[in-house]
Every structure is written in C-alpha cells, then in structure tokens.
Design a binder for this molecule. Structure first.
Ligand SMILES: Nc1ncnc2c1ncn2[C@@H]1O[C@H](COP(=O)(O)OP(=O)(O)OP(=O)(O)O)[C@@H](O)[C@H]1O
Length: 605
C-alpha cells in the first residue's frame, strides 16, 4: 500500500511540475522587458530571478522524479504480479480433481494469463502501474486547461480538453479492441509457436531431416504467420486509421469554433505572459492526446491477462463441488485416520461416466470387481476407457452415476486426500520431475522422502539402481540436462524411476498400486522380466496393471477385458484362453507378432 501511495504521489508531482514550469517560464518571459529596463539591482530583476529559480526547480524536479516513476512502478507491478501468480496457482491447485486442467477452454485462459503474468511485459501489475501513470498525464491536462481558462477563456480550455480526450478515447479504445483481437487469435498464434518450436526440437528435428520436411515447415510457418497477421492488419487499419481521421475533423471544427467565438479581440488583449501561457499550455495539452507508452498497452493487455486469471478461477469453481473438493456434503463422515485399508474388494458398482461437457458416456453402468491383495490386469484396445477407470479410482473425476465401493463403502464418503494416500498410481503420462533421482522416487510418499534406504530399495526393486548408481552423483544426480551436472534418462529408465516411486509409496503405506501402461517404453524381454519381478515384489498388495498389450499380462491373477467401457470378459489367463473369445484371439495375435508368425488376415481383424 505504501508503494502505491508513493507511486501515486510521484505521478501527481510529474503532472504538476510541467504545469509549474509552463506558468513560471511564461511569467519570466512577460517580465523580461521590465527587468531589462530596471537593471540588475531592481526589484523586478530580483522577482525574475526568483521566478527563474522556480522554473529551474520545476525542471530539475521532473528530471529527478521521473526515474522513480519507472522503478517504483516496476516494484508495484512485481508485487501485484506475484500476488496474481499466487492466485493463479491457488486456482489451479484448488481443484482436487483434474477436470479444469484437461479442459481446453480453461487451459487457453491459463496459458494466456501465465504468459503475461510470468514474463511481466504487459501484466496486471504493469497495468496497475500504468493506471497510476495515467494520473500524471491527466493532472497535467487539468493544469493546462486551468491555465488556459484563467489566462484566456474557459470554453477554449473546454474545447481543448474535449479534443484531447477524444483522441485519447480513440487511442485506448483501439488498443483495447486490438488486445482483445490478439487474445482471440490465440489459436493461430499458438500454432506459430508450435511450428517454430518444431524447428528447434531434437525429436522433430530428426524427422524433419529424414522425411525432408524443412521446406514444408518453412512454408507452413509463413502461411501461419500470414493467417495470423492478416486480420491484425485489417483491424489496425479499422481501429487506428479511419477513426483518427474523424477525430481530426472534429478537432479542426472545434478549433475553428473557438476562433469564431473569441474573435481576434480576446487574443489582442493578451499580454506577453498570457500569450506564452496559452501557447505553451495548448501545445502541452495537445501533446497529451497521443499514445502513452508507459500506460496504454500495459493497461489494455494487462487487464486482459487479469480477466483471464479471473475466468480460469471461475471455471475451476464452476466444476461440481464434489469434483473440486471430494463431496463436501459428507466431508468428515469418516475421520482421516479411520479410512481403512481395503480388505476384500474394490467394486465399480454400476459406474457411469462422461467427461465434463461431453455427451458420450465412457462408462455406462460398468460393473467391475477388483479383488484385494491380488494382481488384476485391465486390458483393452486404445480408447477403451482404461485410464479413465484409474482417474475415477483416484477421484480425479467423480462418476456421473453409480459408485466405487471399497468393501461396500462408497469412496466418496472418505476425505479425498486420505483416500488417495491408499493409492500409488503411476499414470501413462507420469511426471518426470527435473530434480534428483532420489527425490523423484521419494515423491511416492513425500512425508517419508528422507527414507534413503527405502528409496534405494525401491530403485533396486524397479531395476534402475545400477543405472542410477553409474550417474555422476548417483541417486543425487539431477535428472535434467538444464542443471549443471545433471543428466537425462531414456524412456525406459524413466519408466523404471516412476515404478520405483510407486514401490516407495507401497512401502510407506499405500496398499493399492496402479500402473497405467507400465511397460510401454520397455523392450519385450525387459517387459516379460518386469511382470515376473513385479508380481513377486508386490505379493500381498492390491495391484492394478493397465495395458493394451494382451500378450503381457498373463501372469496377473485376474484379467479384465475392457471393450467400449464395458467388461467384455474376465478371469485368469487360462480361463480366458479356454473361453476362446476376444482375449484369446488378441492374445494370440499380439504374441504371434513378437514371434513373427501372425497371418495377414489375423492382423486385419
Ligand atoms: N480429458 C478428456 N476429455 C474428454 N474425453 C476424454 C478425455 N480423456 C479421455 N477421453 C475420451 O475417453 C475415452 C477413453 O479414454 P481413455 O484414455 O480412458 O482410454 P484408454 O483405454 O486408456 O486408451 P489408451 O490405451 O489409448 O490409453 C476415449 O474416447 C477418449 O477420447
């Protein structure tokens, strides 16, 4: 608050001082002939010197104060942007579920807001500093208008203010519309960013070279730029060129009217001081009709970013309360410590689900029982709903119908945070934290992250201990090339680190381990070994393995075939093979692929 008051005071000073300078220099000019006639010792001479001192002080004062406007403005902007960022993070994290972060419209708001707030070019903080900066300009305008009104005519002052404000309206209105258009063109702009990034990414770089895509990339980028810039150019002409012709005409008409009303008589009565005052004040005021570089863009774009943060928070809060907070209607039904470990079953009881704002049901009265203490595999082709099942289990979304029951109790009656502590989930798109390997594993149970022995044990169990041990600082090596001494891992190694994270969670009291496509980056032999080892490591725990490879989950105690959100078949591997249904067919097909004996007609099915 002190900073804002300080900045506001500086802006008022910067508004007043130029007017003082104009008044003082005009007075000075008017008294010079008298002072010259009176000589250096005369009273008029001394008055002139005093006025000169005032003019000099006003001038020097401006030079001294002006830099503070920038630096204090920067401080105010940073403070406000810091708060905005906190608000943004709070909104993003307030959602207990994941829906707002998977909602494209919400993400667009988030992206735009983060870019402005993070880089702080035209951020909400800059907008606030800019708004205070407007104070300096408008105080000046009021000062000049007062001078003209007193020295000449009040309606001349009024006409001048009207003209200046009209041009200012044009400026600000144009910029406001322009910044809204820029925001609306976020899609094309993002496409340009994407295409530009493609050119400098190693993964795409390989394909661009191998497939000879460089020419295509250049022309597509050019085309993308054009389709982004064309509407901007049109808007610029529409917003800036034509309106200003109209404003200029209005300005000329008003000036003509001022002359017509005042006639030459009023002007002839002006003293030298009065003439200097009116001339300087008029020119000073007219200069205020221009674009303000310290305020205009900042206010227009910064306020758009501010609105975007608000809209994102609104979207988060618009999600049904149970998705955000885990059914606050029954929050304390069970004390946190009383959320029991599953004993017999986890039951998807007639669960229906569709993603927010989607009509299609991913699950329509799904009935599925996962036995506790055993390994269950959920297999299904791409899009069958496997990952969605895990999201529902982790309560990142809530079912739109039915309930998930653990030993008969609806999990929505548990506090969501406590329920999640029962799970160690590694998603298909698991996080690769750019920190040390040890912390990457320790995140499985953050409260036990200093259990070094447990971390080492999990790394060994996940088969990654040797690889990590060979890194420059072993488990403490940062897993990012962005940090000095850091390194990156291969896809398969990362997958094992994620697996170690789940095993660490299991060690620290998460009795249900869920792995979504845990072997996607492993080779066939490593995959087979993984499943053998995993079954041994997790004996007695409830494990849920999600895979679209039918050939890899035969060791699981219980296999569920999910098709279009429904359980098509379930049983042990032998039972399902004996059934000779979908599982058996796809198992044979995929297993044969690895041995190279698949028949063309089989592959086609
Ligand atoms: N955030 C989302 N918003 C809208 N629809 C979604 C979302 N995530 C998934 N879907 C849709 O839900 C259906 C099930 O997707 P899901 O990711 O659960 O399938 P999956 O069996 O895990 O597939 P895969 O093997 O490819 O990972 C798909 O039709 C998918 O397009």
């Amino acid at each position: 608050m002190g900073l804002v008051v300080g900045l506001a005071t500086i802006n008022v000073l910067l508004g007043v001082l130029p007017v003082v300078f104009v008044v003082a220099t005009s007075e000075l000019l008017g008294r010079v002939p008298e002072a010259v006639a009176g000589g250096t010792g005369s009273a008029v001479w001394r008055t002139v010197l005093a006025i000169f001192a005032v003019a000099a002080a006003a001038f020097v004062g401006q030079q001294i104060v002006a830099p503070f406007q920038g630096s204090l403005g920067e401080l105010v902007a940073r403070r406000i942007d810091g708060q905005m960022f906190d608000e943004l993070m709070a909104a993003a994290l307030r959602s207990r579920g994941i829906a707002p972060l998977e909602d494209q419209a919400a993400l667009q708001d988030l992206r735009a807001a983060v870019a402005e707030v993070q880089y702080g070019f035209q951020s909400p903080g800059q907008a606030c500093a800019g708004l205070l900066g407007l104070g300096a300009r408008y105080v000046q305008l009021i000062g000049y208008a007062a001078v003209i009104a007193l020295a000449f005519a009040w309606w001349a002052a009024l006409a001048l203010v009207v003209v200046v404000l009209l041009f200012r309206y044009g400026q600000r209105n144009g910029i406001r519309h322009y910044s809204r258009l820029r925001y609306a063109l976020d899609g094309p702009e993002r496409r340009i960013d994407y295409l530009r990034d493609l050119g400098i990414q190693p993964a795409a770089g390989k394909e661009i070279r191998v497939f000879g895509l460089a020419g295509w990339l250049t022309s597509t980028l050019e085309e993308a730029y054009r389709s982004w810039l064309a509407p901007l150019w049109v808007a610029r002409r529409r917003l800036y060129l034509w309106p200003f012709f109209r404003y200029a005409v209005v300005g000329l008409v008003l000036t003509g009217m001022v002359f017509a009303f005042t006639g030459t008589a009023a002007a002839e009565q002006l003293t030298l001081t009065g003439f200097a005052l009116v001339m300087q004040a008029s020119l000073g005021a007219l200069r205020l009709s221009e674009f303000y570089p310290e305020a205009d863009n900042q206010i227009a774009v910064g306020m758009t970013a501010y609105d975007a943060v608000g809209r994102f928070a609104e979207r988060v809060d618009a999600y049904p309360a149970e998705v955000r907070d885990g059914d606050p209607a029954q929050p304390a039904a069970v004390a946190p410590a009383a959320v029991p470990d599953p004993v017999a079953t986890i039951h998807f009881d007639q669960v229906s689900f569709s993603y927010p704002r989607q009509d299609r049901l991913v699950f329509d009265q799904l009935d599925l029982t996962i036995p506790v203490g055993r390994c269950t595999a959920i297999v299904g082709l791409n899009g069958a709903g496997k990952t969605t099942l895990v999201k529902l289990l982790a309560r990142l979304y809530e079912p739109t119908g039915g309930a998930i029951r653990v030993d008969g109790v609806d999990i929505r009656t548990y506090p969501v945070v406590q329920w999640r502590r029962k799970l160690g989930v590694i998603f298909q798109d698991f996080a690769r934290y750019e920190i040390s390997a040890a912390v990457n594993i320790g995140y499985g149970a953050i409260e036990a992250a200093d259990d070094r022995e447990g971390i080492e044990h999990a790394a060994r169990a996940a088969g990654i201990a040797d690889d990590l041990g060979r890194l420059p600082r072993g488990l403490d090596t940062p897993l990012t090339k962005q940090t000095a001494g850091g390194t990156d891992l291969s896809g398969g190694q990362w997958q094992r680190v994620a697996l170690a994270r789940a095993l660490f969670a299991l060690r620290h009291g998460s009795p249900v381990v869920v792995l979504d496509e845990p072997t996607a980056s492993l080779d066939v032999r490593a995959e087979a070994r993984f499943f053998d080892e995993f079954a041994e490591l997790t004996q007695g725990a409830t494990t849920l393995l999600i895979s679209h490879r039918f050939s890899t989950v035969r060791q699981a105690d219980h296999i569920v075939v999910l098709t279009d959100g429904k359980v098509a078949e379930q049983g042990s591997h032998d039972e399902l093979v004996a059934l000779d249904g979908r599982y058996a067919r796809l198992f044979r097909l995929q297993a044969d692929r690895f041995t190279g004996t698949a028949q063309p007609e089989e592959v086609a099915t």
